[in-house]
Design a protein. Structure first.
Length: 259
């Protein structure tokens, strides 16, 4: 006979809405076990315990989300204070040379999320025609069979001044990616096809893609798409509003990152 059991039972039963025995009541271990077992097997008991567990896990989830959100905000502030510097030499650039904000994009032409990223970049270019320029970096993922060939094709098109037009069609037609389509697309832009094929197969194309990928990996890019907005990292296909929040902060006085 132990008083601790009667107190524990009282607290448990009060917590789930049952009448509790008096504080001085004493019950045996077996009585305590039977009472709990009976309650757990009842419909009302299971319902109340289920509700309590649901509330508990919801609270824990909310706490975890809040912690993650606070951590992300802290990391964002750190990045504004210490933006990453990305080497953009050799990479195609779209937008005014004197733009206050540079977005460096690491992307994979076969990645469906990268298509979403491409669409977001187009939206931002239109929203900030004088203040934003976009730099493209190749980051073909190894499990996308056409990602690297598509990057080499885009690089070859760049050698004839048609990177951005070519890159747009690759993203819009991801279901067509393949050797025949790359040549077909080159012809549609009236490129020198022989030069295009030679450039696509060149060591220079492979080297540039390797350099871009290594730069991305060095700066924490593991998947695609990945971006740096004046050196502030955005990892994933976030909507335009997320980027606008960062861009607007730079435009309101944060120092521009050096390329």
């Amino acid at each position: 006979m132990i008083k601790i059991k009667s107190l524990s039972l009282a607290l448990l039963l009060c917590g789930i809405g049952l009448a509790a025995p008096t504080a001085q009541a004493e019950i045996s271990d077996q009585d305590f076990s039977n009472a709990i077992d009976k309650y757990l097997k009842s419909d009302s008991g299971m319902e109340k315990i289920g509700t309590s567990m649901e509330r508990y896990f919801q609270k824990r989830q909310q706490e975890a989300m809040k912690k993650q959100e606070d951590q992300q905000k802290s990391e964002l502030e750190d990045q504004f204070k210490n933006p990453v510097k990305i080497d953009i030499s050799g990479s195609p650039v779209k937008g005014p040379a004197d733009a206050k904000v540079t977005i460096v994009e690491f992307s994979d032409f076969q990645c469906p999320y990268c298509r979403r990223g491409y669409e977001t970049m187009e939206e931002l270019a239109k929203a900030y025609p004088k203040d934003v320029k976009i730099v493209f970096k190749h980051f073909p993922l190894p499990f996308h069979n056409e990602a690297e060939p598509a990057s080499k094709a885009a690089w070859a098109a760049q050698q004839q001044g048609k990177f951005w037009e070519y890159h747009e069609e690759l993203f819009k037609n991801q279901d067509k990616l393949g050797a025949e389509y790359y040549v077909e697309l080159a012809k549609s832009f009236k490129l020198d096809v022989d030069k295009f094929k030679k450039d696509m197969a060149s060591e220079a194309a492979a080297k540039q893609i390797k350099v871009d990928t290594e730069i991305g990996q060095k700066n924490g890019i593991q998947g695609t798409p990945g971006f740096f907005v004046n050196g502030v990292a955005v990892k994933g296909a976030y909507p335009a509003e997320h980027f606008k929040g960062i861009i607007d902060r730079w435009l309101k006085g944060a120092p521009a990152a050096k390329s």
